[in-house]
Design a protein around this ligand. Structure first.
Ligand code: HEC
Length: 320
């Protein structure tokens, strides 16, 4: 019995390294482990104290038990600290780099080595180490992606870095955690962790895509877009070169818009184009009350031609 207790006291710290926030599994699972570990540790402490008390009462020799008891406690806590220290993620060593730029109220996303530009959604391969580089165009931001153990500040004029590896395929949600204005809660980032093969296909599809080829009502939409929207939005392969709003070159493959908030669906888009500030107070996109429903349908038809075909990111999971 005593041996089993002693053994458990030394095995417990080995579990403890999973509990720190430095690991990459993060989130809910950690909380369950933390509770289980705390209960187990408490049980060991109480049992040791109880056995010590009984032994003192029956045979004397309590000094020995009371010497062992604090020694074990100190050893266990020491081991936990050591495990946590060893579990610090080393910096560097990432092949894939992604730059994110915070601005009112969205995240621009750029892959410097691949010249891929998007917004609000970030695509990474499962199991590969990624270097996230953050900066800001206006105020201080602080992005938290609990599922990946990422908490990163974005500061104007500086680049901050964080490293992560998504171990499982799926969508990891990120949120702005500092108050930056009335739409703070609508500034999100979704990280899609995509199986390696699919990821390579996605990158190839994006790199082979030359630009939109609108037909029918989308052509009307394109003319309208170049006249009314191109001052703020870029579309690769067209004269649209604006930089106030997100680059829309790959808009078709996005599952969400408005910085990971609304599903990329016609009904939400129609409301957005007519009155973006109504959906996201404080946004730097004006309302367009003069556009007719046909104008808006044309613009949506055009938006649906932007990006490579045959890509479906929604199958990697959904976030509420
Ligand atoms: C004055 C600049 C400006 C103009 C003009 C403008 N937009 Fe925007 N647009 C923005 C900004 C800024 C955002 C980012 C809003 C956010 O998510 O916080 C945005 C976001 C969007 C989005 C969502 C993109 C994403 O990545 O989430 C779409 C779609 C869009 N605009 C379409 C249009 C269309 C269509 C027009 C023309 C009718 C237009 N915009 C005109 C600034 C502008």
């Amino acid at each position: 019995m005593r041996r089993a207790l002693a053994a458990s006291a030394f095995i417990a710290p080995a579990l403890a390294h999973e509990l720190t926030s430095f690991g990459e599994s993060g989130g809910q699972a950690n909380f369950a482990r933390l509770v289980a570990f705390t209960l187990a540790f408490l049980l060991v402490l109480l049992l040791t104290a109880f056995l010590g008390y009984r032994r003192t009462k029956s045979r004397g020799g309590g000094e020995v038990v009371w010497a062992i008891f604090p020694t074990v406690v100190v050893a266990v806590v020491g081991a936990m600290i050591l495990m946590a220290a060893l579990n610090f993620q080393p910096v560097g060593g990432a092949r894939l780099k992604v730059e994110i730029t915070g601005q009112r109220y969205w995240w621009a996303v750029r892959y410097p080595e691949r010249e891929i530009v998007t917004a609000g959604e970030l695509w990474v391969p499962v199991g590969e180490r990624v270097e996230l580089r953050a900066t800001s165009r206006d105020v201080f931001y602080s992005l938290s992606i609990p599922g990946l153990g990422v908490k990163i500040d974005a500061v104007p004029g500086q680049t901050t870095r964080a490293w992560f590896t998504a171990k499982k395929a799926g969508i990891y949600g990120g949120r702005e955690t500092e108050y930056v204005g009335p739409s703070t809660d609508k500034m999100r980032l979704r990280v899609f962790a995509i199986p390696q093969g699919d990821y390579q296909r996605l990158v190839t599809a994006i790199q082979n895509y030359a630009g939109p080829q609108p037909e029918g009502s989308a052509q009307r939409g394109e003319a309208l877009f170049l006249a009314r929207c191109a001052g703020c939005h870029t579309v690769r392969g067209t004269p649209a070169r604006g930089a106030t709003g997100p680059d829309l070159s790959l808009f078709r493959i996005r599952t969400t818009f408005g910085s990971g908030v609304w599903p990329n669906r016609e009904d939400f888009l129609a409301t957005w184009i007519a009155n973006a500030p109504g959906m996201k107070p404080g946004v730097h996109m004006p309302a367009f009350p003069d556009l007719s429903p046909e104008d808006i349908q044309g613009l949506i038809a055009y938006l649906k031609t932007l990006g490579p075909t045959g890509v479906d990111l929604s199958r990697y999971g959904r976030l509420p």
